[in-house]
Design a protein around this ligand. Structure first.
Ligand SMILES: NC(=O)C1=CN([C@@H]2O[C@H](COP(=O)(O)OP(=O)(O)OC[C@H]3O[C@@H](n4cnc5c(N)ncnc54)[C@H](O)[C@@H]3O)[C@@H](O)[C@H]2O)C=CC1
Ligand SMILES: CCCCCC(=O)O
Length: 460
């Protein structure tokens, strides 16, 4: 897109066409929605090699990682959507008070209209297409704005979506902050934003001008509480999962990735040794030569991560790793022990391959430690102490809580996904009561989920 005037014209024309399409009722039938979602499945299937190439170009991701975190995620969402769409869109009978007899009532899910979706760069295919599936399956028309920081994936989406999907209903507009700001000046019926809290504030203040509902999928620092275990093999399993959860997804550039570990100081040396051993086992003696660990997205983020290590007290806390290869945008898995709590590495989302270990006198102190910081997107807690589990569930607040594993919440479509407070909000749950019980039983806290559907009370 060239000049600002051309950009403004394209944005306004696109929005006008999508609004016309929505008004025509073209997107309302279940058949059309299923057809569009199935078209995405065909896109993913036909273009698999191109997706591998684009993600290698943008992030150096290995095909296995791409299939696990991107292609597989989208296929999972598509299949779950196709299996449940009729149920989601069907009117839901409401039980009215006897006083209103013989009136009957129902809740009729209805699409909102024209939805604007901002995607981030770390899982550009999955985090671009998953919200499109939600918006389309709810009967909306959509503009997707991929992240300019993953240019190969952005142009892949811009080139292939029009080949498969109904371009009267789904459009891709590429660009960075400038085009994003032009988009935000328009009136949308819903904005779905995945990105940083900083930009989330910009999005929310723009949406406020038109009272547009927003879903903000933001980030934050996801703590991992590591309790002591009587059985040494439990600790080894926990460490494998933590290493996989830290450096596996996009080399730590993941919003629900492990940001830091909380552990009792008496266990720190054992933890460090096990972490080192597991990193070596997963990524060899020379991780930078490994093909199965992603690169840092760009020089800007590489510099940001290098600056996190510049503080002399932080540099002195490095107990493993710390080598940086600027030419290849690679930073090796790096472990730090008790960096200063007021250093940027402990006050800002790391979003990269650096793993601070924070030691406490007692693991019970982790609750206060977590509560004294912004509400995280996820809390990971490795413990078999039932009383401690209940304390974590009842005394902390986060988008989700996962016991004895990491990141699995992202693939559970039956559970809502999202943040709370500064880590995000704006999703409504499908069936709160059942889901609330299920989540509590599973030790996962309820956060909410919405696929761009509004609900309207209908009395008949
Ligand atoms: N909750 C979740 O599911 C996820 C959250 N994230 C969060 O996203 C962040 C990293 O992603 P980034 O793409 O770097 O975030 P970002 O906030 O820099 O960019 C996100 C989107 O906003 C657009 N944008 C950038 N500047 C803008 C401006 N001034 N006005 C309007 N739009 C603007 C970008 O083009 C991009 O499409 C991290 O904080 C991470 O935690 C990332 C992935 C998933
Ligand atoms: C592995 C899937 C990760 C999903 C979103 C994120 O953490 O950025």
């Amino acid at each position: 897109m060239n000049t600002t005037m051309e950009a403004i014209t394209e944005v306004e024309e696109t929005l006008s066409e999508l609004r016309q399409t929505f008004k025509s009722g073209r997107t309302r039938s279940v058949a059309w929605r299923k057809n569009q979602v199935s078209a995405l499945l065909q896109l993913i299937h036909d273009q698999e090699d191109e997706i591998f190439k684009a993600l290698y170009e943008d992030l150096g991701k290995h095909p296995v990682e791409v299939y696990r975190d991107e292609i597989g995620i989208v296929k999972k969402t598509i299949n779950y959507t196709l299996s449940n769409l009729e149920k989601w869109v069907a009117p839901k009978k409401s039980r009215l008070p006897l006083l209103l007899f013989p009136t009957s009532g129902e809740v009729l899910p209805e699409p909102l209209g024209v939805v604007l979706i901002f995607a981030s760069w770390n899982f550009p295919i999955a985090l671009g297409l998953d919200p499109v599936i939600g918006a389309i399956s709810a009967g909306n028309t959509v503009v997707l704005k991929p992240s300019e920081q993953a240019p190969a994936c952005s142009s892949f989406l811009a080139n292939t979506i029009p080949q498969y999907m109904d371009s009267k209903a789904v459009r891709v507009i590429e660009g960075g902050a400038e085009i994003s700001e032009l988009l935000l000046q328009q009136k949308w019926d819903k904005i779905f934003f995945t990105g940083s809290p900083q930009v989330g504030r910009i999005v929310m203040s723009a949406a406020a001008k038109n009272l547009t509902p927003v879903t903000l999928e933001l980030g934050g620092k996801c703590p991992t509480i590591l309790d002591s275990f009587s059985n040494p093999s439990d600790l080894k399993v926990a460490i494998k999962r933590i290493v996989g959860g830290k450096w596996g997804p996009c080399n730590g550039q993941a919003c629900i990735g492990v940001d830091y570990i909380l552990i009792e100081e008496k266990l720190a040396s054992t933890l460090i040794e096990l972490l080192k051993k597991t990193v070596k086992r997963f990524y060899s003696d020379s991780p930078k030569d490994s093909k199965c660990i992603a690169r840092v997205i760009n020089r800007g983020h590489f510099e940001r991560l290098r600056n996190l290590l510049k503080d002399p007290l932080v540099a002195a806390s490095i107990v493993h790793g710390g080598s940086l290869d600027e030419e290849n945008l690679f930073i090796e898995p790096t472990i730090l022990l008790d960096p200063p709590l007021d250093a940027a590495i402990m006050t800002e989302e790391i979003f990269g391959p650096l793993l601070p270990i924070i030691t406490l006198k007692s693991i019970q102190e982790s609750i206060e430690f977590i509560n004294s910081r912004p509400k995280p997107l996820a809390i990971y807690a490795f413990t078999k102490d039932e009383e401690f589990r209940q304390r974590i569930l009842l005394e902390t607040s986060s988008g989700s809580v996962i016991f004895n594993d990491v990141l699995i919440q992202f693939i559970c479509d039956a559970l809502p996904f999202g943040g709370v407070g500064q880590s995000g909000f704006g999703r409504l749950a499908y069936n709160l009561d059942y889901l609330g019980l299920l989540l509590l039983f599973l030790g996962l806290k309820r956060s909410n989920r919405l696929t761009g559907v509004s609900q309207k009370q209908c009395n008949t």
